[in-house]
Ligand binder design. Structure first.
Ligand code: NDP
Length: 331
């Protein structure tokens, strides 16, 4: 039998956490034959709710779930974990300045980073979900310098999946027949959902999405804003933010990272920029990546037209500003 993998979920008593932990315990994240031990962290005001989630995990009798650690102690939560999904964060409340939210999150990520650095298993893979996700990932790295850059990522897979969903509805094709959309940049409304390299499997072979949609006006405007603003649309409809789809996409992100992307297919992940596509090195930026043997690689050599170039730059500029703001909270 395989040895159990320890998966940390922070903010586990929250909305996304509640949707995410049963998916992990069912094998959605790491596969149906991979036993898991869940480590759940939350803050003291959420301790009782967290214990309730633990009770439900016991009650659900998941065959793959070999243990549950539910704690408000970051060191206990981080000890021995192989995968860390960072969902806990300070939400932006009405009337709060961006800088105040940033400063709260900087201090959360600072302390969790050092707990992870000191106590996680070697080669622990980290996925940051809590917003501002890209910049929280940067801060985490700053305070966990011994965790390699390649092990720290942030979630833009939900945006990627939303783009697939929009194309699927528009063309009335299966989402599983569409591939290679890209989310560039920040997990924010400046992200750039790009279909210029996306294709659809049809009975007559693979066809470019642009050719099939035949409506550049829709693709260059409404499609982009729909994906960018989908989170807000869900809050409006549900009166709560997207938790189910965020949790499911977090599982997709980790599964593809660990188990690999299918040949010829890429996905979007927020990763350290190495300067590819002229994105400033040292930002955590969403790129198209392929994964193999537990490592991601930025897809190289894609053509970027003038329209796209501007969008890539706009979202990079926002990330540079966020980075500056975050570092100003450190001093
Ligand atoms: P959620 O579980 O709904 O969201 C958690 C985080 O994920 C938020 O930062 C949220 O950002 C972010 N997020 C990223 N992508 C998405 C998406 N597509 N849809 C929705 N959210 C997204 O929040 P809850 O408030 O229900 O739960 C948060 C938990 O974190 C609570 O249990 C709380 O106790 C804990 N917490 C932990 C702290 C700590 O570790 N020190 C501090 C504060 C809270 P956004 O806010 O932009 O929606």
């Amino acid at each position: 039998a395989k040895e159990a993998v320890r998966v940390l979920v922070t903010g586990a008593a929250g909305q996304i956490g509640y949707a995410l932990v049963p998916m992990i315990a069912r094998g959605v994240m790491l596969g149906p034959d991979q036993p898991v031990i869940l480590h759940m962290l939350d803050i003291p005001p959420a301790a009782e709710a967290l214990n309730g989630v633990k009770m439900e995990l016991v009650d659900a009798a998941f065959p793959l779930l070999k243990g549950v650690v539910a704690t408000t102690d970051a060191v206990e939560a981080c000890t021995g974990v192989n995968i860390a999904v960072m969902v806990g964060g300070f939400p932006r409340k009405e009337g709060m300045e961006r800088k105040d939210v940033m400063s709260k999150n900087v201090s959360i990520y600072k302390s969790q980073a050092s707990a992870l650095e000191k106590h996680a298993a070697a080669n622990c893979k980290v996925l940051v979900v809590a917003n501002p996700a890209n910049t929280n990932a940067l801060i985490l790295k700053e305070f966990a310098p011994s965790i390699p850059e390649k092990n720290i990522t942030c979630l833009t897979r939900l945006d990627h999946n939303r783009a697939l969903g929009q194309i699927s509805e528009r063309l009335s094709v299966q989402v599983s027949d569409i591939k290679n959309v890209i989310i560039w940049g920040n997990h924010s409304s400046t992200q750039y959902p790009d279909v210029n390299h996306a294709t659809v499997k049809t009975p007559a072979g693979e066809k470019p999405v642009r050719g099939l949609v035949k409506d550049d006006t829709w693709l260059n405007a409404e499609f982009i804003t729909t994906v960018q603003q989908r989170g807000a649309a869900i809050i409006k409809a549900r009166k709560l933010s997207s938790a189910l789809s965020a949790a499911s996409s977090a599982c997709d992100h980790i599964r593809d990272w660990v188990l690999g992307t299918p040949e010829g297919t890429w996905v979007s992940m927020g990763v350290y920029s190495d300067g590819s596509y002229n994105v400033p090195a040292g930002l955590v930026y969403s790129f198209p990546v392929t994964c193999q043997n537990g490592e991601w690689k930025i897809v190289q050599g894609l053509s970027i037209d003038e329209f796209s170039r501007k969008k890539l730059e706009l979202t990079a500029d926002e990330l540079s500003e966020e980075k500056a703001l975050a570092y100003s909270c450190l001093s």
